[in-house]
Design a protein around this ligand. Structure first.
Ligand SMILES: NC(=O)c1ccc[n+]([C@@H]2O[C@H](COP(=O)([O-])OP(=O)(O)OC[C@H]3O[C@@H](n4cnc5c(N)ncnc54)[C@H](O)[C@@H]3O)[C@@H](O)[C@H]2O)c1
Length: 250
């Protein structure tokens, strides 16, 4: 028996990068997966790849910055697959790069809307559904920048610190109702979020921040997320888990 047999999982931002790797791993381990994304081309491709590998998945168009879309995707999961047991709030953007005193106000609002408000809206509708299903687990994708700062990304850093705090609070509130909530802090991971925004020299600069000597792979984050969602992690809740090639150890 696979570890997520009989479970339904919702993964936001699952049409690319870390979310895609998580969706594929959960499906390979038996979960029925709602592949939610604002970009349906990515979401449909991931569903097609999961189903042709023998898994079960359905795509849903969702802008996580829109509260109604968060309610709609949870309703879709229940309608399509009967209940919601697992959720991964992963959708996120990098946002503009500028120092705080020059940071574009609209860029700040966009990053906070997607990277922080989107996680709250997700929890707002996922938690009652998971309680209704008899319990389960949530992982919120933060970042090493959920506890560290960095020059040039004030909105991203503030949002990710917020995600870590929100995770702790939800865990305290929902542990007694059978829902575990954890956050994950990846180091820099080679996904389109980086490769579309940075040139080769900038990517090389990021490699130098990781004592392990390379960037991470989306699959290496997915392994940790799946563990935290599984029953093997039954006493782990309210905590923040790094997967960062020793970035934050320095
Ligand atoms: N790549 C990294 O170095 C890194 C490091 C730490 C944390 N993270 C976090 O991991 C998460 C995933 O990032 P990734 O690297 O896989 O990026 P990615 O760009 O490869 O994938 C992000 C996905 O989210 C979707 N998305 C963007 N805005 C959305 C919205 N408003 N509503 C719904 N979907 C939306 C995109 O369409 C895309 O499919 C993000 O929260 C990011 O902050 C990434």
């Amino acid at each position: 028996m696979a570890r997520f047999d009989g479970k339904t999982a919702l993964v936001t931002g699952a049409g690319s990068g870390i979310g895609e790797a998580v969706a594929k791993l959960l499906a390979a381990d038996g979960a029925r997966v709602v592949v939610a994304d604002i970009d349906m081309t990515g979401a449909n491709r991931v569903v097609e790849e999961i189903t042709s590998a023998g898994g079960s998945a359905a795509a849903f168009e969702q802008n996580t910055a829109d509260p109604a879309a968060n309610e709609a995707v949870v309703d879709f999961a229940k309608r399509e697959f009967g209940a919601l047991h697992l959720a991964v709030n992963n959708a996120g953007i990098g946002g503009p790069l500028a120092h705080t005193g020059e940071y574009p106000i609209d860029g700040w609002q966009r990053v906070i809307d997607i990277n922080l408000n989107g996680v709250f809206y997700g929890l707002r509708y996922e938690l009652p559904a998971i309680v209704e299903a008899g319990g389960g687990a949530v992982v919120n994708i933060a970042s090493i920048l959920g506890t560290n700062g960095t020059a040039g990304s004030p909105a991203y850093v503030a949002a990710k610190h917020g995600v870590v705090g929100l995770t702790k609070t939800a865990a305290i509130e929902y542990s007694s109702q059978g829902v575990r909530v954890n956050s994950v802090g990846p180091g820099y991971i080679e996904t389109p979020l980086l490769t579309k925004a940075l040139d080769q020299d900038q990517m090389q600069g990021l490699v130098g921040l990781h004592p392990i000597g390379r960037l991470g792979r989306a699959e290496e984050v997915a392994t940790l997320v799946a563990f935290l969602l599984s029953d093997e992690a039954s006493f782990i809740t309210g905590s923040y888990h790094l997967v960062d090639g020793a970035y934050a150890a320095q």
